[in-house]
Design a protein around this ligand. Structure first.
Ligand SMILES: Nc1ncnc2c1ncn2[C@@H]1O[C@H](COP(=O)(O)OP(=O)(O)OP(=O)(O)O)[C@@H](O)[C@H]1O
Ligand SMILES: [Mg+2]
Length: 252
């Protein structure tokens, strides 16, 4: 059976003023898989996540989530789609004055009519999934960077999304925290049978978790496929990027 595609960028172009970020960019996100997007800083990786989440619209082309064209759908449908997606931002951005439990509750308090006790139960489960159940009553200021990242994940999964978008989940963390976060992403995928798209610069972490890898370069996906295939790619741009070499076709 062919793999199902849960989200698709089709021939997307996008410019911010004069700056063309994406140019005829196409990418399929396979359901139930972890897809990692790599590319130079400023290549447009976060932009792709924001497109899938419907936060921005392409100048031309289409973005589909589950057969719905997010650019040409009603506000109501778009809201429905957006409820099935969670974007975990580059910086966790928890509210300083709320406890961890309260922060993680917010998406449920704001978007559902669930009762307090039911919310507490779901939040507890989400915190447990990221190994932070004991920190329910802690304030964000009392947590380390790695814990804040994981708290951000708990907030992202509390609504039981079909698709989780992680923007640089391991940036700025020590190697052990990177490992823990990577494992957490893999476990969350198993738990919710959800799909994940991860942007990252962390190759060891990507090699550990990625089912699929996509490389974004000069506005388009120049390599895409099962992670091992992309690693073995003969494309000199991909080779230079993954080897981290200065010499090669990528203009530095
Ligand atoms: N809202 C915006 N207005 C203007 N320019 C923007 C906006 N958002 C992104 N850009 C520009 O688009 C380009 C791509 O940005 P993006 O954040 O997607 O890159 P990235 O691949 O995620 O980079 P990094 O690896 O550093 O996170 C950058 O040149 C950035 O300055
Ligand atoms: Mg980014």
């Amino acid at each position: 059976m062919p793999e199902r595609v849960i989200a698709r960028l089709e021939d997307v172009s996008l410019a911010f003023g004069e700056r063309v970020v994406l140019k005829n960019c196409s990418l399929d996100i396979v359901e139930g898989a972890i897809t990692c997007i790599v590319g130079l800083s400023g290549a447009g990786k976060s932009t792709i996540l924001r497109l899938i989440d419907g936060l921005i619209k392409p100048s031309t082309g289409h973005v589909y989530v589950r057969d719905q064209d997010v650019c040409h759908t009603s506000e109501r449908e778009l809201n429905k789609i957006r409820r099935s997606i969670s974007l975990s931002f580059q910086f966790a951005a928890l509210l300083d004055s709320l406890t961890l439990g309260q922060n993680v509750s917010l998406p449920l308090v704001e978007n559902t009519r669930m009762a307090g006790a039911a919310i507490a139960k779901v939040v507890d489960k989400a915190l447990d999934a990221v190994g932070l159940q004991y920190a329910y009553d802690n304030l964000p200021a009392e947590l380390s960077g790695g814990m804040l990242k994981r708290a951000g994940f708990a907030r992202a999964i509390v609504t039981d999304p079909e698709l989780i978008l992680y923007d640089e989940p391991t940036t700025g963390l020590d190697p052990i925290s990177v490992h823990m976060i990577t494992k957490t992403i893999m476990r969350l995928r198993e738990r919710s049978s959800g799909t994940a798209v991860v942007t990252s610069h962390d190759l060891p972490s990507i090699y550990m978790m990625a089912d699929y890898m996509a490389m974004l370069f000069e506005g388009a996906i120049i390599a895409y496929g099962p992670c091992d295939d992309v690693r073995k790619s003969q494309n000199p741009i991909v080779q230079q990027f993954l080897a981290g070499e200065e010499a090669g076709p990528i203009p530095i």
